[in-house]
Design a protein around this ligand. Structure first.
Ligand SMILES: Cc1cc2nc3c(=O)[nH]c(=O)nc-3n(C[C@H](O)[C@H](O)[C@H](O)COP(=O)(O)O)c2cc1C
Length: 387
């Protein structure tokens, strides 16, 4: 269990969800996910975001315990995505005197989600505004498109805490301690990855603050070695590769491209590739393949032709890379086909549409079963990739 203690006045009231099958209906979360929420107990009491509707009752219990009979003065809404905002109306009904704190965009979007008149209960904040709770003061910073348009983060000045919304979030429930980086990367690349420029803008603002604790809306509270996490975010949001290495992402209907992919991995290893990660896109986790493609500086895509098009899992993979604005990397292509191979041309078209992706030659064209000439061509491709 991660240590989620912040201080006597700032209390974690989030909930683990270990029964969810797919986060956002597409990401496998074998270790679950947490919906984080916090309460600040001062002269005034502020709740920092709510949780998913899957976690309402446990969250309300946690809140009750933390409040110890007190009432809530403010609900700070940093983000309207339902995994954090589902309980706004429930809390507003429970505490009729509670005011809602958000920016103009939040209040313009709020009626889309809830059928309650909040007009008399709004505290509208903008960039740099502060809200005093007593000895604690919240300062608000707008973070549009990280990764919804209304997002803002809050900095608590006395304890130097950044409430970072979805920034610095990680998959995994909090009773399952594991390395932060892989699951935080998978979360970032797949969910926030398209918005690198907006994340960079937020990091610039954060750099002006003295931050001692980061409280995200998913995953552990970050208390030590914050430079490490911020560095990772700087890298991921700038689309720079994190490490040298090659992702070999393949699809195969009958196993021949799979064999060629295995051979490609062996060739790359024998030629000194620092790391080689092989992904069967039909079977391995797609979000892991996508985040690995961003982790390493080189990629080989290998796929058979399927009804004059790409095999669907490869189409899906390249679509994800395109949407997440994959760039600044070196790539190789191996196609397969038995009568009119098209996969190479189609994969090339995807990669050519991406910024600063250098496509290495030769594009290897296997005709059904890999032959010695194909191996030689793959060796030449590996050399060009690793050059
Ligand atoms: C349903 C289906 C559609 C295919 N469509 C094409 C095609 O349009 N053009 C082509 O050259 N080969 C086509 N193929 C053949 C495969 O691309 C080819 O046999 C390839 O070697 C399969 O590689 P694999 O063993 O890795 O699945 C098709 C195969 C199947 C099963």
């Amino acid at each position: 269990m991660y240590d989620m203690k912040i201080s006597d006045s700032v209390v974690f009231i989030g909930v683990n969800d270990k029964t969810i099958d797919l986060f956002e209906s597409q990401y496998k979360v074998p270790k679950g996910v947490s919906y984080n929420s916090y309460v600040i107990l001062d002269e005034k009491v502020a709740v920092m975001d709510t949780v998913d509707k899957r976690a309402t009752e446990e969250w309300l219990d946690n809140l009750d315990k933390a409040l110890n009979g007190r009432s809530v003065d403010y609900l700070v809404i940093s983000h309207l995505e339902p995994d954090h905002a589902s309980n706004i109306q429930r809390l507003a009904e429970k505490y009729p005197d509670m005011q809602l704190v958000g920016n103009a965009k939040i209040f313009s979007m709020l009626p889309q989600f809830f059928d309650l008149d909040f007009s008399e209960r709004k505290v509208v904040v903008k960039e740099g505004d502060t809200l005093s709770l007593g000895s604690h003061t919240l300062q608000f910073f707008m973070a549009p498109m990280v990764h919804w348009p209304e997002v803002m983060v809050e900095y608590e000045q006395s304890e130097k805490i950044l409430f970072s919304a979805d920034g610095f979030g990680k998959f995994g429930a909090l009773d399952e301690e594991e390395d932060w980086t892989d699951e935080a990367r998978r979360y970032f690349i797949n969910i926030v990855g398209k918005y690198g420029a907006q994340v960079q803008a937020l990091l610039k603002k954060a750099a002006t603050l003295d931050i001692q604790t980061i409280c995200p809306l998913h995953g552990p509270i970050l208390k030590e070695n914050l430079g490490f996490y911020i560095d990772k975010y700087l890298t991921w949001s700038s689309y720079e590769p994190e490490e040298e290495g090659v992702v070999v992402a393949y699809t195969s209907i009958h196993g021949n491209t799979a064999k060629a992919a295995q051979k490609m991995a062996e060739i790359l290893e024998s030629k000194g590739a620092k790391a080689v990660r092989l992904f069967d896109l039909s079977r391995d986790d797609m979000s892991e393949a996508v985040s690995s493609a961003f982790r390493y500086d080189r990629l080989v895509v290998m796929a058979p032709t399927y009804d004059g098009a790409l095999f669907p899992a490869m189409e899906d993979f390249l679509y994800h890379l395109k949407v997440k604005t994959y760039r600044k990397r070196r790539a190789g292509i191996v196609e397969n086909g038995s009568w009119a191979p098209m996969a190479g041309k189609l994969m090339k078209a995807y990669l050519e549409g991406m910024k600063d992706v250098e496509i290495c030659e030769p594009v290897v064209s296997v005709k059904s079963v890999m032959k010695e000439a194909d191996v030689q061509n793959m060796e030449a491709l590996a050399e060009a990739l690793l050059a």
